[in-house]
Design a protein around this ligand. Structure first.
Ligand SMILES: *[C@@H]1O[C@H](CO)[C@@H](O)[C@H](O)[C@H]1NC(C)=O
Length: 586
């Protein structure tokens, strides 16, 4: 049984690895060798995710033999559907009278094309993995025209293709009035010109990167902004630590300079009164364990994916990042099991089977739910974004044979590793009542205020990510992203410590969820920002694009909530352990 399972995993892994590499040829051509042009999807320019396969519009393809394109997992999920254009292009052979194909259009076809041109449909193509795109047609005054000629100017260096420009020309008029007898014959043609260049192969993607945009002053400013926040908050945390640990370091006793802060940060001794309750198990322990497990995994996953992208220049390859993310996610499942198991056990949880199941399904289940709903919308408009059945099965197999067993193993290790709770203070049998307090120390207020800080430290970066995701810019500054991410983690940890301190000082011991939510709440602000962005910064329309946008933005925000919540909770826990270590229980 075990052997069979292992074999299956190996087969799944191998087939996906093979799929990921079957496309990677050497990028070397001999004179006269065929250069394949792959047509990708078409769709409205304003709705980048609403894509249809190329032949959804009544185009036609040339007649060179059809190569099979091996789709990777990521491509299948992202709705990439490449078909060979059939253009007969030979390396370093010019051709200015190429015939691609002829297509007869009936009234329906004309209507479809007119609809496409009206909605600014564009298509994308790949030549030697280099992308190019153009509109399907153009509107001039009252008339609509279909582009029927593609001219390629391909620059080569020795035996490699460095860059190419594809421009559309020759306008075929599409009549506004059609009837059943309408039959138009449209010839699609192309021309190819090869020109030598001295530019090197290694830099050939640079022209796709919008350096003026991504390396703008604003971007550096955002780093500076986050950095200032890190300084400010870590200063605040050190002051709090100094105050609470004053007894440990007698010399601070005499320092009166801290008195002002005493007033600002509330009563100094409040937190000591709740020593019998701070280590009480949180409410909804199982759910919190599942969140913590998932959060640890997502945090490690994010860092791994960003590093891997930086090292491997993955942003240049179609969908490779998504494929990599899925596999790194699967391989890090053990971490989530481990963190969840040890967390649950630490507070003496008893229902470990259901907690384990919850940990293993929380994130994959949420992702599947969103994908399922969006998939319905995709199927209803026959978009290429509809996930094929085979891909769904592959994902299910990865969950069943990789993610689930690894989570289980991690969970069991975590559960047995932490035998007994080792808290510095005993828990009183009866919970201490929570006194009335000022409005700003109420958990919901703390949560809402605290969440503003991490959001403030990342919102410029979010703008850049959104701009590249919802327009055709390629996001490539992953170094920035890594820096911002690390600072975000630090800011989140500090914010959580400060809000936990304020909470405990008002003699409220419900810090578990408060620290989790106060750090996670910035994800809610990100989501609010995404609504603003949708309304004022994009021109998306239609229920598919809307459900795609909000479905996946919501998913990312939920992931961010779990991730930051976990960081905040773990930081708060360390802080609490530290300050209560020397509390004399009298
Ligand atoms: C493509 O167009 C750009 C911008 O117009 C130009 O700088 C470049 O030389 C062109 N490349 C080729 C191969 O024609």
């Amino acid at each position: 049984m075990m052997r069979k399972a292992r074999l299956l995993v190996a087969i799944v892994l191998l087939s996906i690895a093979a799929g990921a590499h079957a496309d990677e040829h050497s990028h070397k051509y001999e004179k006269g060798e065929e250069v394949v042009v792959w047509m990708n999807t078409v769709g409205p320019y304003d709705n980048l995710q609403e894509t249809y396969e190329f032949l959804f519009l009544p185009f036609c393809l040339g007649s060179t033999e059809i190569h099979h394109h091996h789709e990777t997992l990521g491509e299948a999920l992202l709705g990439v559907q490449l078909v060979n254009s059939g253009l007969d292009i030979k390396f370093r052979e010019n051709n200015n009278k190429g015939k691609m194909c002829t297509r007869k259009l009936n009234a329906d076809d004309v209507r479809l094309f007119r609809h496409a041109i009206l909605n600014k449909y564009w298509y994308q193509m790949f030549l030697d993995d280099l992308p190019a795109w153009d509109y399907v047609g153009t509107i001039e005054g009252e008339n609509m025209y279909l582009f029927t000629h593609k001219s390629f100017r391909i620059a080569y260096n020795d035996d490699k293709i460095i860059e190419y420009n594809m421009t559309s020309s020759k306008k075929f008029p599409l009549p506004a009035k059609t009837d059943t007898s309408t039959e138009l014959t449209v010839p699609f043609t192309y021309s190819v010109e090869f020109i030598p260049t001295t530019q090197s192969f290694a830099t050939r993607f640079n022209r796709y990167l919008d350096q003026d945009f991504f390396e703008h002053k604003i971007h550096w400013f955002s780093i500076f902004n986050s950095f200032m926040m890190v300084i400010f908050l870590s200063g605040l945390v050190s002051i709090i630590l100094l105050r609470t640990l004053r007894r440990d370091y007698a010399r601070y006793d005499r320092e009166e300079g801290l008195l002002d802060l005493d007033r600002d940060l509330g009563d100094e001794y409040g937190w000591k009164l709740v020593h019998g309750d701070v280590f009480r198990a949180p409410t909804r322990l199982a759910l919190l364990s599942a969140f913590i497990g998932t959060g640890v995994q997502l945090c490690v996953l994010s860092i791994c994916v960003i590093l891997y992208t930086i090292l491997g220049d993955l942003y240049l390859e179609r969908a490779t990042m998504l494929t990599a993310t899925i596999f790194i996610y699967a391989l890090t499942s053990m971490l989530s099991g481990y963190s969840s198991g040890s967390f649950y056990n630490k507070y003496g949880g008893k229902n470990w089977v259901s907690t384990m199941l919850m940990t293993a399904t929380l994130w994959p289940g949420t992702v599947s739910l969103v994908a399922f709903i969006v998939n319905f919308a995709a199927i209803s408009i026959t978009s290429s974004r509809a996930i094929p059945f085979g891909t769904m099965m592959a994902i299910l197999a990865i969950w069943l044979f990789l993610i689930f067993p690894l989570t289980l193993v991690g969970y069991v290790i975590g559960r047995n590793f932490r035998k007994a709770p080792d808290f510095p203070c005993r828990v009183n049998p009866i919970p201490r009542p929570i006194p009335d307090k000022l409005w700003y120390a109420e958990p919901p207020v703390l949560v809402a205020l605290a969440g503003l800080f991490p959001f403030g430290s990342i919102f410029i970066e979010i703008y850049f990510v959104f701009q590249s995701f919802w327009s055709i810019k390629i996001y490539y500054v992953y170094g920035f992203m890594l820096l911002v991410f690390v600072m975000l983690i630090v800011v989140t940890a500090c914010v959580s410590i400060v809000s936990t301190y304020l909470l405990l000082n008002s003699e409220d011991h419900r810090w578990h969820w408060t620290s989790f939510m106060s750090s996670g709440f910035s994800a809610v602000y990100v989501f609010l920002y995404s609504i603003y962005y949708f309304v004022y910064r994009t021109k998306m329309y239609g229920y598919f694009q809307t459900s795609w946008y909000f479905g996946y933005t919501g998913l990312v925000c939920f992931g961010l909530l779990i991730l930051l919540g976990t960081v905040g909770h773990l930081a708060a826990e360390r802080f609490i352990r530290r300050i209560y270590r020397n509390v004399k229980i009298d």
